[in-house]
Design a binder for this molecule. Sequence first.
Ligand code: WT7
Length: 645
Amino acid sequence: MLMMAEKANNRYFQTMNIIRSFQDYTTQYKASIANPEDFWAAVANDFSWRKKWDKVLQWDFHKPEVKWFINGKLNITENCLDRHLPERANQTAIIWEPNHPQDESKYITYKELLEHVCRVANMLKAHGVQKGDRVCIYMPMIPETAYAMLACARIGAVHSVVFAGFSAGSLIDRINDAGCKLVLTADGAYRGDKTINLKGIVDEALEKCPTVEKVIVAERVNSKPALKAGRDFRWNEEISKASADCPAVETDAEDLLFILYTSGSTGKPKGMVHTCGGYMVYTNYTFRTAFQYQEGQVYWCTADVGWITGHSYIIYGPLSAGATTLMFEGIPSWPDWGRFWHVVEKHRVNIFYTAPTAIRSLEKAPLSFVKQYDLHSLKILGTVGEPINEEAWHWYHEHIGQKRCPVIDTWWQTETGGFMISPIASVTKLKPAFATLPLPGVQPAVMDEKGNELTTNEVEGRLAIKFPWPSMARTIYGDHQRFKETYFSTFPGKYFTGDGCRRDSDGYYRITGRVDDIIIVSGHNLGTAEIESAIDEHSAVCESAVVGYPHDIKGQGIYAFVICYDKPHEEENLRNEIREIVSKIIGPIAKPDKIQFVSGLPKTRSGKIMRRILRKVAEGDTTNLGDVTTLLDPGVVDEIKNGAL
Ligand code: WT7
C-alpha cells in the first residue's frame, strides 16, 4: 500500500524528499541542517525551471540579505498549472463552494484553470499592467480571485491582496504604500446573510489613491454599481475580449511574487515581500510534507485568500502540488453552525485546515450540528493562527477527527511564508497544544531576555530562527531599515519572530503567544498602535492605549484605555462612536470589545506606556501588578484598577 501511495504521489517529486516515518524525519532533518543547500537544491530540482540556479543560497542576517536559487529562472504558474496538464488536465484543481448552500458549487479543472488565468492575464495586459507593476486585489472568495492572483504571477506583476473585510482607510494605506496601478474588485461580497458593498469601499478609497489608473469590477452580487468612465471596467466585458492563451513571463527566483500586509507595532502596516523561487519551493514542500497530501485527495483550508494562509495553502502550495483545493465563500455560522460539516460531507473533504477561533465557536454550538453529517472522509486536521488551547484541541480531535485524524498545529507567520514548526501528519507523535518540532530546514532558537540562546530542553523564552529558509520574507516593501529593526535587531544575527515559546523535555515547542505589541483577534494579527491611532481620530479622545485580554471565542479581545479631553457625559454613546471610527478606519475586526475611560495612563519617566500593567487590569488580575515604582504617576494605577470593566 505504502509503495503504491508513494508511487502515486511521486509523479513529480522524488522519494528522497518524502517523509513517511519518524526515522525519515530525523534523517532528513539532520541532513537539512548539516547541508541546507544540498537539501533545498534536491527539493527544488523537482520543479520546472526555465534555467536552474547558479548558487542555492546567499545570506547575511546582519544586513539583512537573503537570496535563494540565485539566477534561477521560472514562472510559478507554469509549476502550478502548465506542468500538470499532461497528467491531470481534467482533474479538479479548485472546488468552489458558494456562500449560499443552495447555489451550485463549481469544479474547475487544471485545464480550465489555466485558461481562466490566461484570460485574466491578457485582460491585465490589455489594461497596461506590465512585469513588476503592483496590482491590488480586493475581492471576495470567488474563483476569479484565484485567477487574479495567478494571472499577476503569469505576467510577472506583483499582487497585493487586501482582505475584503478591511475598510476604505486600510485599503488606502495599502494601495498607496505599494503604489498599485490597478485594482481588481467585485460589485460586492456575500458574507452569510449580509452583502458588503466592495465597489463602494473602493470608490471611497480611490479618492485618496493617486497611483491607481484602472479598476476592473467582477460581478458577484448583481448590484450594478456605477462605473467611473475611463477608470472602471466590467470584468465580464473585458474578459470576453481576452484570449485563453497567454505565455508565462520568465521571472528571476528573486523577483517579487507578491506583497502582503501585516500589522506592525507602529500604526503603519508592513508590506511583507515574498519572491518567486523560494516561496514556491517551500510552500509546496511544506504542504506535501506536513499534510502528507496524497494524489486525488480533497483538501480544504478555510482561511480567506486575503491572509498568508490563503496565499500559501489555498493557492500556491496545493496547486503547485497538483492537489484539489477547496475554496469556500461562506462563513461557519450561516445558515447554521453545521455549514463546515455540511461542506466536508458534500465534497468528501480529506484534509481540513482551520483556525482555533473557528474551532472554539463551533465547539459552543450544539453537537447535533456535527453529528448530522458524515465526516468519514476526513483523514487529517490542521490548525493555524494562534495557540490552540488544549480543550479546543481535544474537541477537534474527538468530535471532528473522531480520534482517527492527527491534528497538525502549524506554527508560522506572514513573514515566514510557510509552516515552520509543525507535526508531520501520522509521523510526528502529537501533544495537544504543541506545534511540536521544526520542519526540515528550520533552525529555531529559544532566547532569554539578555539575548543568550538557551540550548537545553525544558526552557522558556523568545523564539528566534538561526538560519534562512526559502520562503522567508525578503524585506518590507519600501522600508528595508524597518525590516532590519523589526526582525533582525532584537537578537543580532537571528530572525526574531515576536513570539514567546517553551521547549519541553522532548524538545517539543509550545508557542505561548506574542511578546510584542501585536494582538491576535480571531486569528487576525492587529497592531495595538494601529488601533490606538484609529481611536485617537475621535475628536473627544486625547490619548489611548490598547491591550489584548483572554477571550473565550476570539482568543484575544481588545481592551482600550481611553483618555478624553473632557470627562465624557454619555459614556455608552462615546464607546459606540469610538467603535464605529475604528471599524471605519481599520475594519470591523479591530473594534474594541471593552473601552474604559481613564484620566491618565501608567507611563514610565521616558513616556513609554507600561502595557504590562494595563494587560493585568484587562485580564482582571489586579492583585499583583508588579513593580510600579518606575511610573511617573503611580496614583493613576489605582484609578485604572478601580474602574476596570
Ligand atoms: C502569528 C502570525 C500563519 C498564518 C496565520 C497567522 C501566531 C500562528 C500559530 C500556532 C501559536 C500561532 C503567532 C505568529 N500563530 N500560528 N500554530 N500556534 N501561535 O499569520 O497574521 O502573520 O500571525 O500568529 O503569534 O507570530 P500572521
